[in-house]
Design a protein around this ligand. Structure first.
Ligand SMILES: *Cc1c(COP(=O)(O)O)cnc(C)c1O
Length: 226
């Protein structure tokens, strides 16, 4: 991909995030995670040179391949996909900065067991299925608060630092907004229990997500659009 186009896309994203964050509050800070599942290591390297540090991948094997090819760079890797049980050890070995897609107590217990054996810790977000869509992973919003506390209580090596959601899959902006507001409310209730990150918003809906309180957006296709 043309490096100048990538730079222009990045600039446009930063400006839009900046404008949305000011609409929320002057004091509101938003982190951008560049989702590179559609991109190669050359583009990641180019984004790094433009100042980007946080990158997201949704498949363990892709994360492994890209992280090892880019070992020379101090990148912050985020895992954002569905984690199969047989990939847990591989993910732990990659030392991701943040595992955003923890979607059940059962998975948390399994990861915790493996972390214990390896003497490691992992920062995670609880994924919430805020629009209750069958095709999506995540805990139901009405169970999320209790599930979050249970994971804190029953695991020793998982450091839960917030929540993540994917906005409702629809063109109806009201429904998308509802799914963000639902998630933000849960996040607020969990703040006294250590929640610091509310990860919501992708290429098509990140401004709305920020206006609803998101402080971490995961943007993929917009970075790499022609
Ligand atoms: C792919 C993906 C993104 C980025 O999606 P875009 O619409 O390309 O910005 C964000 N979050 C998750 C969980 C994803 O799988």
């Amino acid at each position: 991909m043309d490096i100048y186009k990538l730079r222009d896309n990045f600039d446009a994203i930063i400006q839009r995030v900046e404008a949305a964050r000011i609409r929320r509050s002057e004091h509101h800070i938003v982190q951008i995670v560049a989702v590179t599942k559609y991109a190669g290591t050359q583009e990641i390297r180019a984004l790094y040179e433009l100042g980007q540090r946080a990158f997201g991948e949704s498949r363990v094997q892709d994360l492994k391949a890209k992280a090892s090819e880019l070992e020379d760079l101090p990148l912050e890797w985020h895992f954002i996909g569905r984690l199969q049980k047989n990939k847990i050890n591989h993910l732990i070995d990659l030392d991701p900065w943040l595992m955003q897609s923890l979607d059940s107590l059962e998975l948390a217990l399994e990861i915790d067991k493996r972390l214990e054996a390896k003497g490691k810790k992992m920062q995670c977000l609880l994924q919430i299925n805020s629009a209750k869509e069958e095709t999506k992973a995540g805990v139901m919003p009405e169970c999320a608060y209790d599930e979050y506390l249970k994971i804190i209580e029953e695991t020793k090596h998982i450091d839960l630092v917030g929540v993540m959601t994917i906005g409702a899959h629809t063109d109806d902006e009201k429904k998308i907004k509802e799914s963000f507001e639902t998630t933000y409310k849960i996040y607020e209730a969990l703040k006294p229990h250590g929640a610091e990150i509310c990860s919501m918003g992708m290429s098509g809906d990140f401004e709305l997500a920020i206006e609803c309180g998101s402080n971490m957006v995961r943007i993929g296709s917009l970075f790499f659009a022609n």
